[in-house]
Structure formats: C-alpha cells, structure tokens
Design a binder for this molecule. Structure first.
Ligand SMILES: [Fe+2]
Length: 410
C-alpha cells in the first residue's frame, strides 16, 4: 500500500480540493491508498474457453451466466456452456439484462441465482451484463438488498466468485470497481463503487467480438477512448494510470476505424479489447469527468447508448477544458503523431483528431433527441454527478454546462 508521501504530482490537486470539497478529497486519497486489484486475465482468440477451464478448476459447482437475450439468440453463449460442460460445471443462464439495467433486472438475476443454487457468477456481454453480474455476486454475500450496496465501499463481504467475458470493447467493466443501475422513475443513474466488485478473472476473446455491428463497435470504442482521455486529464492520475491511458489511446487511434470497417479482423478486435481493458485499468483508479456526467444524463433522459452519448459530448468538453489541460492534451497529440508549434496548437490538434476519428466512424457530435426544454435539467443532473465524483481540470457552472449542451443540439 502506498503511503501519503507517495501521492505523486496530484497531491497539490487533492490539497486544493480538501479546502473546497472534503468528501471528494477524501475519495481521492482513498483511491490512492486502495491496493491495486487486477483480475487474472486471458487474452487472445478463444481466451473465453481458457477462462471456463480455469473456473472448472476452482470447483464452483454451478455458475450463473448473466447475459442478454441477443447473445443467447445468436448462439454465442453456446460456446461458453459447452466449455463449462466440458469442465463438469453446472450452469444456469439469466438473460434478462437489458441496456441500462434497472434495479428489477439485477434483482431478478439474484433471485435466479438463489433459486438455482449457483456458487459463482459469469458475466458474458457488454457493460450492462457485467455491471449486473457484479451486483448479483455482491448481493449473494451481503444480505441480498441491492439498495443497501449503493454508493462507495458498501460491499462489506467479498462477493461470490465473479468472472467476466466482455463481448464489446468499450466499458472496461471487466477490470473496474464500478457498476451503474438506472432508476427509470427519477431519470437518474445510481452508482455502486467498491474494489471488492472487481472480477476475479476475465477473458478478452476477440472471437466473440468479430460479429459486432460497426455502429456498436464505433460507439463502444469511443466509450473506451473517453475513459482513457478523462483518466489522463484527471486530478487523481498517476504515472501508472497515465501509462495505461496512453496505451489505450494509441491502440484506439490505430485500430478503431479498422474495427468498424473490417470487423472480422481478429487482430484488430484483439487490439480494441486491450484498449478497452487498459482504459478500464486507468479510470478505475482516477474516476472520470464531465463527458461521462453528461452522457449519463443523456442516457437517463433519452436512453442514448452510453458510448454514443460519450462520443457526442467528448469534443465539446475537451474544448471547454483545453486551457488548463493544454499540456496534457499536447502530450496526447504527440502520442498519436500530431505536430504543432506550441502546446496550445498541439492540444487543438488532439481535439481535431478526436473529431476526425469520429467522422471516419460515422459519429456526429450532435444529439438528435436533445431539445432546449431539457437543457437546464440535464445540465443540473450532469453537474451534480460531476461535482460529487470527478476531479476534472476545469470546473463548469450551470450556464456554462447549458451552453455546452446547446452546441450538441442537432
Ligand atoms: Fe463509460
């Protein structure tokens, strides 16, 4: 565990925050002091089968597979159940997870886990099944009350063994401590943050990603890019998280366009899976920023897919943060090979490169459903989330956030 003396360059940020916002400053210190916990990870074609073999060695008896109906329909789950059969493991499939899972989705999964007597949870899918799995595994050992686990560090007992097989390259949820649940009644998202929810083992299997349609590949890839960029600009970043974020950003600029245009290319899919993984490692330590706060609000209001909402907001938020984050953005420009006579110029080049990448993968920085009447409440919701959770380079007022959102109206 690190001592306070090893907090690195961000200690100045934390001290400043301590004067203005003690809760956030304490969260920042906690994030530095929490030991690194990284799942044992298999990567490469058929890594998911290796993971299933390893689960069999752990003698978990019966596994609850948490996924969504589409992955069952297209037969992708069959590969997993065959591998579990080969290892002599029992299994039960809960496929009731929908995009932006609600409390009832998670609670139904937990009920099935109890009914079936499962002793471990295996997430197969995108961010939604993975988030639901973390919570089901935590409920199993913590009294079964989901609402009692909401917030930070509420998982008192270690969850049931939890394994993750992402089928998209975006959320990085296979390595993060976070789960998000939607509350449709209040148009809000509820956060569950605890390092105990980091999966025990994960598999990055590009064979499970080759059939992903281009628009989903594009949006989820932009989610990963946003994780990496927001982590890199975070006041809680460290040398390690910066290094993970840079690996991710480089991989995404090199491979996301190809993943969209040549989705059957296993090597490209593997590169994007690694990009998502490294971005997850980075942001699970540093938290995120305004892009995610705005994306969560858009998701809650319009059910905008998370990655798409991030992509739309990203260039606007980077423009807003440009001046105080100039040096850091310039370093990212250098990383992806953009030149410039000054940091200011390089920072702008990086933001332009983000826009260029979005154009190549057919994402416009505008939101079709966004209307003037929703701007003020959306901004209010985004700022409440950001100012409680995110150590951003430049803070935004309500009018500034509203102006930024107006730029996103189609
Ligand atoms: Fe995200």
């Amino acid at each position: 565990m690190r001592g306070l003396g090893n907090l690195g360059g961000s200690h100045v940020f934390i001290l400043k925050k301590l004067l203005h916002d003690p809760a956030m400053a304490v969260a920042g210190v906690l994030s530095k002091l929490t030991p690194d916990r990284i799942p044992v990870t298999f990567a490469g074609p058929d890594a998911s089968l290796e993971l299933c073999e390893s689960i069999a060695h752990m003698r978990c008896e019966k596994v609850l597979i948490v996924t969504d109906a589409t992955l069952v329909e297209i037969g992708l789950i069959d590969r997993i159940t065959k591998a579990l059969d080969a290892g002599g493991l029992g299994w039960s499939i809960y496929s009731g997870v929908e995009p932006d899972p609600t409390f009832s989705h998670v609670e139904a999964g937990f009920a099935q886990l109890e009914q079936e007597g499962c002793k471990a949870v295996l997430a197969v899918g995108g961010g939604s099944p993975m988030d639901a799995s973390k919570l089901i595994a935590a409920m199993a050992t913590n009294g079964g009350q989901l609402r009692k686990l909401e917030g930070m560090l509420k998982v008192r007992q270690a969850p049931m063994p939890l394994f993750a097989i992402p089928t998209t390259a975006g959320t990085g949820s296979e390595v993060t401590l976070a789960a998000v649940v939607a509350d449709p009644e209040t148009h809000t998202k509820k956060f569950f943050l605890d390092p105990r929810m980091i999966p025990t083992m994960a598999a990055l299997d590009p064979n499970l990603m080759v059939g992903l349609p281009a628009p989903i590949t594009a949006a989820t890839g932009m989610d990963a890019l946003t994780h990496a960029v927001e982590s890199f600009l975070s006041g809680w970043s460290t040398r390690t998280t910066e290094s993970h974020a840079k690996v991710s950003i480089r991989l995404i600029f090199d491979h996301l366009h190809a993943a969209c245009s040549d989705g059957g290319n296993v090597e490209v899919r593997k590169a994007m899976a690694l990009a998502s993984y490294y971005a997850g490692l980075a942001f699970t330590r540093t938290s995120l920023g305004y892009v995610h706060a705005i994306a969560h609000a858009l998701g809650a209001y319009y059910r905008t897919p998370h990655g798409l909402a991030n992509a739309i907001a990203l260039p606007h938020v980077l423009e807003f943060s440009k001046k105080p984050a100039e040096r850091r953005l310039a370093r990212l420009a250098e990383l992806i090979g953009c030149d410039g006579a000054s940091d200011e110029e390089k920072a702008q080049r990086f933001i332009d490169a983000v826009r260029g990448l979005m154009a190549k993968i057919d994402i416009a920085p505008k939101h079709d459903a966004l209307v003037e009447a929703d701007i003020a409440p959306l901004a209010g919701q985004a700022l409440r989330e950001a100012h409680l959770n995110y150590p951003v380079p430049r803070y935004m007022s309500q009018p500034q956030c509203e102006a930024l959102l107006r730029q996103m109206i189609a």
